[in-house]
Design a protein around this ligand. Structure first.
Ligand code: GTP
Ligand code: SPV
Ligand code: MN
Length: 588
């Protein structure tokens, strides 16, 4: 089957512990996957949808207690607690292995263990890293085959090396009390048990491509970030690439697949999607940053996705897609979610599989319901999607959900200040993780739940990278979510976000001026192109207004957060905080 002794030994050890009835190696062939789909349908694990309307599409429902990432049960298990840092949950590795071994023991009895060889980014490329996930879930196998590159060529690429990431997953009993998502970065190992949901179990995604990869990136001199990657094509055919880090469910997929407003389309502007969630970034021989999306599909938020907000994402879900926790329309055996259209099905089951009345006031789809769609389905997928060297980055954008404080866009003064801007990001929590929604929390670089090591060291790594990048991208911050006194979003967002991207890129090229404020540079209102938009310069002015009082109120929280990060917090960032505080208190 394979020549790799390390791999065979590890698989047999894991099987010895979990006791599956059989072991099946996944080669990713259509024939094998079709057999697994049929099996999942026969057991009710998946529902085959209307193949005339949604060819190759299926619906899956998770357990009701298992609908999002569980940050409180996610651990970074380094030998020294300090290396995981104060922000991450930590368990001493040998204790963790022991505790989880008890849960894994016999957990696959009566089930099959699937062995999934997968690659993050193009097999054989300089960015590529390989993993093997062992799982007892067909749903996981089928999702991994969309989200990553799976197949025997991965086994060939691994050869007899033992540097692959060893992922073990079992649904076990889906017991919330014993749910663990544990990372052992020093052992290249991930153990996940008692969940069947997305980011908890598709181990190539958050567990490997962010937590383990960020750890490896620091060691090896590159970066793994919670960022989309997009290309803006200008009427002259030139393409500029931008990465953007927004917290979960704060608009990455939407921005990555943006459709320009009509007036810009007519002029010839286009946006190309390279990635919607994760970027691996390296310094090129030309001194610029180059980014790839290590994934091969989109695990996108379904609610709110519609023909107007994100037609590209919607188009991507029309074939070969797995839907999770959406409404099942029984009339035509298709799916529905809040915000898809104004015609909720009357004869339907909600995400839990219960009869559902759209007039009941209860939501039909779970707010964190998702689609898993192949990237190749997306009409705006970039021609550079499979590029082995990635795309060169002009600008890095940070952003969050802030009702008031953060302006529509501002630019940092330099790299160090940009790192500071990323480090003070805060955002309202969303349904992407369990817990309260709408609570403002610090989420630096959108990596709070995903940095695989100490947050202070993580900031240090950003600062150190800056010293090595000779042609640095500029760093910006955006906020699409400012609200008026009635709680309504002021900025139209979605496709109109291109107007902000164009200002950002123009700044990088030195083509437009800006106004300096205590927090950084904001646009002169007339420089945000509002052609075809029903918004006056006064509204843009409001969107760009830096309310010093609100910012001064934020300083205390930032200092508290830095304090929590602890001893390894770079002093340069404390320095930036002092500069900010001083500038805010100066007279206008
Ligand atoms: P993850 O997959 O969890 O990492 O999320 P994401 O960052 O890709 O977020 P996504 O693009 O799926 O957007 C999440 C929610 O934000 C959806 O409900 C969108 O409708 C909403 N949203 C996205 N972009 C905008 C925008 O420009 N303005 C407003 N008001 N809402 C937006
Ligand atoms: C996120 O929460 O940032 C996601 C979804 O992209 S999950 O894969 O569940 O992490
Ligand atoms: Mn995400």
């Amino acid at each position: 089957m394979d020549k790799n002794g390390h791999l065979r030994k590890w698989v047999s050890e894991m099987a010895e512990m979990t006791k599956p009835d059989q072991i099946v190696w996944i080669d990713g062939s259509e024939e094998q996957l079709e057999g697994l789909r049929a099996q999942a349908v026969s057991t009710g694990e998946m529902i085959k949808l209307n193949q005339d309307i949604l060819p190759g599409c299926y619906l899956h429902r998770t357990a009701v207690n298992d609908v999002a990432r569980v940050e409180g049960r996610t651990f970074i298990c380094t030998r020294k607690k300090e290396d995981a840092g104060n922000i991450n949950n930590w368990i001493e590795p040998s204790e963790c292995y022991e505790r989880l071994s008890k849960i894994f023991r016999g957990s696959m009895k009566g089930r099959t263990m699937y062995v999934i060889p997968y690659s993050m980014s193009v097999v054989g490329s300089p960015f590529a890293k390989y993993g093997i996930e062992l799982t007892d879930s067909i749903y996981v196998v089928l999702n991994m085959c969309i989200m990553t590159r799976v197949g025997n060529d991965v086994l060939d690429a691994i050869g007899d090396d033992d540097g692959f990431i060893k992922g073990l997953h079992s649904k076990a009993q889906l017991d919330e009390e014993n749910r663990y998502i544990c990372h052992f970065p020093e052992d290249n190992t991930i153990w996940s048990v008692n969940s069947g949901y997305g980011g908890n179990v598709l181990l190539g995604k958050k567990c490997f491509a962010l937590r383990i990869a960020s750890y490896l990136g620091r060691k090896e001199g590159w970066m793994a970030e919670h960022m989309l990657i997009l290309g803006v094509e200008y009427p002259n055919g030139e393409i500029k690439y931008v990465t953007a880090a927004f917290p979960s469910a704060c608009g990455k997929t939407n921005l990555a697949m943006l459709i320009p407003p009509e007036t810009f389309q007519k002029k010839g502007y286009k946006v190309w999607c390279v990635g919607d969630d994760i970027a691996w970034i390296r310094i090129g021989s030309d001194g610029r940053l180059w980014a790839v999306n290590p994934e091969n599909g989109f695990f996108g938020v379904a609610p709110g996705t519609n023909e107007k907000s994100n037609p590209n994402a919607l188009a991507a879900t029309k074939k070969g897609t797995i839907f999770t926790n959406v409404v099942h329309n029984l009339d035509n055996n298709t799916v529905w979610w809040e915000g898809l259209d104004k015609n909720p099905p009357r004869n339907a089951l909600n995400w839990k599989g219960e009869p559902w009345d759209p007039d009941s006031g209860e939501k039909g789809a779970h707010p964190n319901s998702r689609f898993t769609a192949p990237a190749k389905n997306c009409p705006c997928v970039s021609s550079e999607f499979d590029s082995v060297c990635g795309v060169p980055i002009t600008a890095i954008v940070f952003g969050g959900r802030r009702a008031k404080t953060a302006p529509l866009v501002y630019e940092s003064r330099d790299w160090q200040h940009g790192v500071f801007v990323g480090s003070i990001m805060s955002s309202e929590t969303t349904a992407a993780a369990t817990g309260a929604v709408g609570v403002v929390r610090h989420d630096p670089m959108a990596m709070l739940p995903f940095a695989g090591y100490d947050m202070g060291d993580y900031f240090r790594h950003w600062l150190e990278m800056g010293k090595k990048i000779t042609r640095k991208p500029k760093i910006f911050n955006v906020n699409w979510f400012r609200t008026d006194d009635n709680g309504q979003f002021i900025w139209p967002g979605f496709g109109d976000n291109l107007r902000v991207l164009l200002w950002i890129i123009a700044r990088c090229e030195g083509k437009v001026g800006a106004e300096e404020t205590p927090i950084g540079f904001v646009p002169n209102p007339e420089d945000i192109d509002t052609e075809g938009l029903d918004i006056g310069t006064d509204v843009i002015k409001d969107l760009l207004y830096v309310d010093r009082k609100l910012w001064i109120d934020d300083i205390k929280g930032i200092r508290e957060f830095y304090g929590k990060v602890g001893d390894r917090m770079p002093k340069e960032l404390y320095g930036e905080l002092e500069i900010l505080e001083k500038r805010l208190s100066e007279k206008e």
